[in-house]
Design a protein around this ligand. Structure first.
Ligand SMILES: [Zn+2]
Length: 425
């Protein structure tokens, strides 16, 4: 009888596992029906007027499918992680890592689960990163290029993530009560180093950065930067068209790695006046110290999140630790528990982070409107962003409030139109 029960349990586990894996592969296929007339719009004829009804319908279809994909991906990760914990994954891990020294145990669990999760998420990631943008004419990548970028990204994540996770675990073990305080403290220099290193060493793994060839535009941008007291010496263009049709620009880094970067897709489709307006917005982020504010807020977030993780993790282990085979959060096998709690906490924090981001974007928009009086260029630049990126100008309010990092383009355009209107009277 007992043997039959155990056999049934095994069968159930195998079926559940197969179901989860199938779900990951089939979900995107069911969710996605690319619109039949989604012919990629020609990039040369992007005008600065509002999107046509057909463009609006396409942008709406893309946004709705994108939201479904995001929901599916979240549910899929939750099912994978939840299934692993409920099916006794931690006890299995404990059996294999018991003979290992603590550090090797942590390394084995983090790498083993990381590689497994990457493989299980690959179909969905491929769909979201390759098939989906291709259906809307947004991606310029071949499958080979996509897989190359994906591999490089995973390698960078592992090279940076593994030592950081080991350090984090070391704190968990050394200071079981106050580790979250130390983690928040350590996150300050780490964030600054990553921000310094990112533009110099990580971004060039994916794209090529060259000094802006259009010298007239470069001089115009540098003049505006210097008038704002921004110590920029050069403007870079990035071959963003390698990956995507989408346009953007940014001012990044500080000190020696400080630079202004324009996507080649922006240079191709936007007039110098429109480029200048977009950069006025980016300079707003710089002048209003949004990078420094970002660091301060992320340290605060790490502090609150770490405390919540510590409290929730402790309560969970007191109640279920025996069943899970996890005794303290510093155990190597506590990793999936920490991941599950971290995922839940970051989901809860998403609307708050998005609200902070939207506030900063509004501030940068106001700054741009003040230093660059050519509001008409701003309006046509926003329309072009919508058309080129197949983005909704007016997404549902709930979507903006839940996870929107920017105010809607419709709101941003309405703000500039309001300024034009007051000036006309
Ligand atoms: Zn911005």
């Amino acid at each position: 009888m007992r043997r039959v029960l155990r056999w049934l349990q095994r069968v159930f586990q195998a079926v559940a596992l197969a179901g989860v894996i199938l779900l990951g592969g089939l979900l995107p296929a069911c969710a996605m029906v690319p619109p039949g007339d989604a012919a990629p719009p020609t990039t040369t004829a992007i005008s600065g007027g509002p999107p046509t009804p057909r463009e609006q319908a396409l942008a709406h279809a893309r946004a709705s499918q994108g939201r479904l994909l995001m929901l599916g991906s979240t549910l899929y990760s939750a099912v994978l992680l939840g299934g692993f914990l409920l099916l006794g994954g931690t006890r299995l891990l404990a059996r294999y890592t018991a003979p290992l020294a603590w550090g090797w145990g942590v390394t084995a669990v983090v790498l083993g689960l990381g590689v497994t999760a990457s493989l299980l998420m690959l179909p969905l990631d491929y769909y979201a990163g390759f098939v989906f943008p291709h259906a809307y004419g947004l991606s310029n990548q071949s499958p080979g290029q996509w897989f190359r970028d994906y591999g490089v990204g995973e390698a960078v994540n592992t090279a940076l993530g593994l030592p950081l996770t080991l350090g984090f675990y070391w704190l968990l073990r050394r200071a079981p009560r106050t580790w979250w305080l130390w983690t928040a403290g350590a996150s300050v220099p780490l964030t600054i180093v990553l921000m310094l290193v990112g533009p110099l060493f990580i971004a060039p793994l994916f794209n090529t950065f060259t000094p802006l060839k259009d010298t007239a535009l470069r001089d115009r941008i540098l003049a505006m930067a210097h008038a704002q007291g921004i110590p920029a010496h050069d403007v870079f263009e990035m071959d963003a068209s390698r990956q995507s049709r989408a346009a953007n620009a940014y001012v990044i880094g500080f000190g020696p790695t400080h630079r202004i970067v324009l996507y080649d897709t922006l240079l191709e489709n936007f007039t110098p006046d429109e480029v200048q307006y977009i950069l006025a917005h980016e300079m707003g982020h710089y002048k209003l110290h949004h990078v420094a504010w970002g660091i301060v807020l992320s340290v605060l977030g790490t502090l609150v999140g770490g405390w919540a993780l510590s409290a929730a993790g402790g309560a969970l282990l007191r109640r279920w630790g025996g069943w899970l085979g996890v005794h303290t959060l510093g155990d190597p096998v506590a990793y999936p528990v920490l991941l599950a709690l971290g995922m839940a906490l970051s989901l809860l924090a998403t609307p708050l982070g998005a609200a902070v981001s939207r506030t900063m974007e509004w501030q940068a928009d106001r700054f741009a409107a003040r230093i660059d009086p050519d509001h008409a260029a701003g309006i046509s630049a926003f329309h072009k962003l919508a058309r080129l990126n197949v983005a909704e100008e007016n997404p549902p309010t709930w979507a903006v409030e839940l996870y929107g990092t920017h105010p809607s383009l419709a709101q941003r355009i309405a703000y500039l139109q309001g300024l034009e209107h007051t000036r006309a009277h």
